[in-house]
Structure formats: C-alpha cells, structure tokens
Ligand binder design. Structure first.
Ligand code: CP3
Length: 362
C-alpha cells in the first residue's frame, strides 16, 4: 500500500483534493485545464452499469454501498472525468418522510401515497435523524477510499421544489397541476411541507459531507416550470435555507433546467456554482450571474452527433467561458440511455485537450 493510501483522510489527501482542478474551479481559482464531469455519468448508457442492474433493482443498487461505490468509481475511471458523483437518487430521502417510493420498470418513480393538501402534510415525518440513509453515507465512505486520492466526490440531493413536485404529483409530471394548485390554494400547507423538506435536506447534505463528500449539488431539475414571481414567493426562501445550512467551506452547486428566466433568483438563493442548461448561452448567463462559478452547458442530446460536432460544440462552450476561472464543464442535464459511450469519452478528451493552458504556480 502506498503511503498516500494509508493517509486517506490525512493531510496529503486533503491537499490533493483541495488543489484538484474541480475544487479550484468551484472557488474560481485558475486551473491547468477546465475540469469536466457529467450528470448521470453512471447510468444505463454504460454496458457495465446495465450488467450490475441485470442482477439488482435500482433501489437495491442504491441501498447496497458496495455496489453503489463500484458503479460510481467505475464510471469516473472509464470516462477520466475530474469529479465523481455518488451513485444514489434524489428521491431516497422521501422514504424516511413516510412516502412509499417505487421505481416501476419503464415508468420511472412512483409515490403511492402522494401529498395533496394540509392533511397529508401533517402525516409527513420530520427527518430528524437522517440515519435512515446510512447506506448513502457508507457508499460515500467506501467510494472515497476507492477513488484516486486527488479525485473529488460530489454528494447531492434534490432541491425542495423538485422533490415537492414528486411528492405531490406522485411521480413525473408534465404540467405540475397538483403541485401548483397546492402552492396557490394552500400556501400554508405548501410552506410547511417545503420547510420540512428543507430541514431534512440540510441534515442529509451535511451527513454526506461528514462521510467524505468534497462538494454537494442541489438538483432543481423541474424548477423551470415556474414563473419568476412564483419562484421568489414559493421556492427561493426554502432553497436558500438548505444552502445556508450546508457545512461552511464545502462548495455548493445549484443546478436547474429551463432556468433562463430564473438565473438571478437562483443566484440569490445561493450556491458557489450555478448549473446552466443549453437553452442559455453560457457567456450571457455568466454575465447576468456575476461573481459566481458556472457549470455547463453541453446539450446531452448532442452526444448522439458525430465526434466532429461534439468537439466543435465543446470548443464553442469553452470559447464562451473564455478561460475565466470558475467554469466547470458539464452537460446541461443528465446523459440519457442509448448515448454512445465512445462519444461521451470523446467529449471529456476534447474538453481536456482544448482547454489545456499554462497556470503559474503562485
Ligand atoms: O449522476 C450520476 O451518475 C449519479 C446518480 C444519479 C441518479 N439520479 C441515478 C439514476 C443522480 C444524480 C440522480 C438524480 C435524479 N434522480 C434527478 C435529478 C437529475 C435529473 O436528471 O434531473 C431526478 C429528477 C431523479 C429522479 C429519477 N430517478 C428519475 C426521473 C429517474 C428515471 C426513471 C427512468 O427509468 O428513466 C430515476 C432513476 C435513475 N436514477 C436511474 C439512474 C441511473 C435509472 C434507473 C435504472 O437503472 O433503471
């Protein structure tokens, strides 16, 4: 065993992690090349993942730390990305709240006892003790031990609105009718539910950090369905409270999709890094956001195009970032099943090669 391995968690490992391009970019420090990782980098587009899934249900996989660690570490190594993200799901936290979650084959997530009003909010359990999610922390500990010492591990959770949308709709949704109706007609119950979710989320993120995550990301995947005024009134205070309560010193990535009209408000809610999707130009979005790091914003569907197109598109994004400190390259949303793995690898290579630059060591 190398001395570095033995010191896992010790000073040299901590330094290697802190000085990694990903962590430096979170702090808007200069980097030798633009760090890149990809949302859903471990998933069904990867043969090795499908092989593990052939033997285990998705929830079983999430709840078996050895397997969750294995797919996390494998994907990061295969793609040669600059950060790993723990294999889990944003919906795991709703189980200890008393919700009955199932991943039905071909249907996506289903919640059998959705919340539709104040009466249902009262039966939600306060997640005081996030120990119910010990399997996630154990997966983080095992992943941390197995990853190269300088490769950061990202923990994550769903943001309050996106989680609330699943809890109220009972699954995925197109128009968020139940969610918005509850928001508008029963604002008291809405805010009570959002506060309960938010308290659980900060505890959950902090437990992931204590277990060994170097950064955390909030996924507000469906927040783009809201008007700016509704975001400000019904969502912003809750997202802000989650972010404010994250352990000091740990970078927070605040990500959403369809957020072109919400960027300034997301910034107000907080985060060291704001995640962008491809429907906004990265340079314009960054100008509007001001002094904060940005992550994005390659269209995941462009990964189905030729390596030539992929390289040109990566260059366009890097040009818009203009070598300014504080850009983390990523997709604008997760990789979808059937994406050609070789194109994903080509994207990571292209980003590393096209962004390589001289950085003085001072
Ligand atoms: O990025 C990573 O590699 C880490 C793993 C990760 C998963 N889900 C694994 C997963 C992360 C970060 C998530 C977050 C997540 N989960 C989000 C936010 C990100 C986004 O895509 O907007 C959302 C909305 C969910 C809820 C969820 N979980 C959905 C809508 C689905 C898809 C259902 C389907 O079958 O298409 C899942 C399942 C899921 N989560 C899969 C994976 C790899 C596929 C499950 C499988 O193996 O069958």
């Amino acid at each position: 065993m190398s001395s570095e391995k033995k010191e896992a968690g010790g000073l040299s490992t901590t330094n290697a992690l802190n000085d990694s391009p990903f962590m430096r970019a979170c702090r808007r420090e200069p980097v030798p090349y633009t760090p890149v990782w990809l949302m859903r980098q471990a998933g069904r587009y990867m043969r090795e993942y499908r092989e593990v899934r052939a033997r285990t249900s998705f929830l079983e996989l999430c709840k078996t730390p050895e397997l969750a660690a294995e797919v996390t570490v494998y994907a990061a190594g295969k793609l040669n990305v600059d950060a790993a993200i723990i294999f889990a799901d944003i919906l795991l936290i709703i189980e200890p709240m008393g919700l009955d979650l199932e991943f039905a084959r071909g249907e996506g997530p289903v919640i059998h006892n959705p919340v539709r009003g104040g009466h249902d909010v009262e039966r939600l359990r306060e997640v005081e003790d996030v120990g119910a999610l010990d399997y996630v922390y154990e997966a983080i500990r095992q992943t941390r031990r197995a990853l190269p010492s300088g490769l950061p591990l990202i923990g994550f959770c769903g943001a309050p609105f996106t989680l609330a949308s699943y809890i109220v709709e009972g699954g995925a949704s197109k128009n968020y009718v139940h969610t918005k109706r509850m928001m508008y007609d029963d604002a008291g119950a809405w805010h009570a539910m959002m506060s309960l979710i938010s308290r659980a989320l900060s505890r959950y993120l902090n437990a992931q950090i204590a277990a060994g995550a170097q950064a955390v990301q909030l996924f507000d995947s469906w927040v783009g369905c809201l008007s700016p005024d509704d975001y400000r009134e019904y969502v912003l205070p809750h997202t802000r409270s989650v972010i404010e309560n994250v352990t000091t010193g740990t970078p927070v990535i605040h990500f959403g999709t369809g957020t072109a009209a919400l960027l300034e408000l997301m910034r107000e809610a907080g985060g060291d890094v704001i995640g962008l999707d491809w429907r906004v130009r990265l340079d314009e979005a960054w100008r509007r956001l001001g002094d904060v790091a940005v992550m994005g914003n390659f269209d995941p569907i462009a990964l189905f195009a030729s390596p030539d197109h992929i390289r040109r598109q990566a260059q366009k994004i890097l040009t818009q970032a203009g070598g300014r400190p504080g850009h983390i390259f990523n997709l604008g949303h997760g990789i979808i099943p059937d994406t050609p793995v070789e194109n994903v690898i080509a994207l990571v290579e292209a980003v590393h090669e096209l962004s390589a630059r001289q950085v003085s060591s001072t």
